[in-house]
Design a protein around this ligand. Structure first.
Ligand SMILES: [Fe+2]
Ligand SMILES: [Fe+2]
Length: 145
């Protein structure tokens, strides 16, 4: 069984790939393709954020007693990402080239900083404090929908 860092880190990479493909299509003004890829990206990222909020963060908070710590910051950043996703959806729908690419750049900066914090701090800490329940948690995330 893998670690939380492996499992969720790989999911970051999968989201990043879809994000980059959608951005390329939008840059080329291939709007049909950009809409399709953006929808795939949005679905993948929404699933990732929900998996963390509903499974990982509560497990971490229960185990450490820290509900106002790192997970609270991560939840706030998730909300910022959701709001950018909403605006990107409008931009891609309207074939708004400059609008989409600007939002895309903002989301990318936020997302990369967020992912680094998780991969350098929260996930390794979770692997440590949740060691006893880690395999069950990963199984729950694998079947989460
Ligand atoms: Fe996150
Ligand atoms: Fe994440």
């Amino acid at each position: 069984m893998s670690t939380i860092l492996d499992f969720l880190g790989n999911d970051h990479r999968a989201c990043d790939d879809l994000f980059a493909s959608a951005e390329t299509a939008a840059a080329q003004k291939d709007w049909a393709r950009a809409r399709d890829l953006f929808e795939q990206f949005r679905t993948a990222l929404a699933h990732h954020l929900a998996m963390e909020e509903e499974l990982l963060f509560p497990a971490f908070e229960n185990r450490t007693g820290m509900s106002a710590g790192p997970t609270q910051v991560m939840r706030m950043e998730h909300e910022q990402m959701r709001s950018l996703l909403q605006n990107m959806a409008s931009a891609v729908e309207a074939a708004n080239h400059g609008g989409y690419l600007g939002l895309s750049e903002t989301l990318n900066m936020l997302m990369q900083q967020h992912n680094l914090k998780e991969e350098n701090m929260l996930y390794p800490m979770s692997d440590q404090v949740l060691s006893g329940e880690r395999d069950d948690l990963i199984r729950s995330m694998q079947t989460f929908s």
